[in-house]
Write a new protein. Sequence first.
Length: 252
Amino acid sequence: MSNVDAVAVILGRGGSKGLPRKNVLPVAGRPCVAWTIEAAQHAASVVEVVVSSDDAEVLALARAAGAGVVERPAELASDTATVDDAARHAVRAIERAAGGPMAARRPVVILYANVPVRPHDLIDRAAEMLAEYEADSVQSYAPVGKHHPWWTARVDAATGAVRPWEGGVLNHGVFRRQDLPRAYVPDGGVIVVTRESLMLEVPGVRPGPHAFFGRDDRRRGVINPEGAVVDVDTRVDLLVAGALLAERGAGG
């Protein structure tokens, strides 16, 4: 049980340059989007699941799985369309169907259709954190591991000369992974925002592409183990996701 009543918006457009049709490609025997729909439906904090897409096959899969659908216009399904514009469009469609706007602080769970692997409790952890801290947003993060920013360098394409990305010492003088300070990167597992934040109605928020996350002091992050989320953008990602899901099934 949960004291949070969230609406989940799953974003899954039809186009993809890196891995064509990635949202409907089979992963461990099921279309990729099916795994995210199932995760949202099984979350205790989610009371409504809607899939937003411009793609007829994605929408058909959503209907078959018992999810609601929002037909996304082409201008919100291009390579340059933003996540928050697509999510706002979906929420407005949900509200029109319901006959009125949701409460300003009601959570909106934003999920990507191309993320078939995420911890089973991730959505609920993020939604509960939003409620507990009265946050504007909660985003999931993973440790960067060996791709740490301190180990980023500039390499001259012509001469091969190496110099630090920042500062004057290569690798910040650190050569053991365990000595690196902790650093995290968004992993694509989940974003939870209030309606007020998604609709850009929070006072005092600086304009910009991340304005829908709300105020800086009311943003929170939930941490996943390294590799716990697989965001499918390449053929390798697809193979990794399939192997992990098959392993979960074998383990019961």
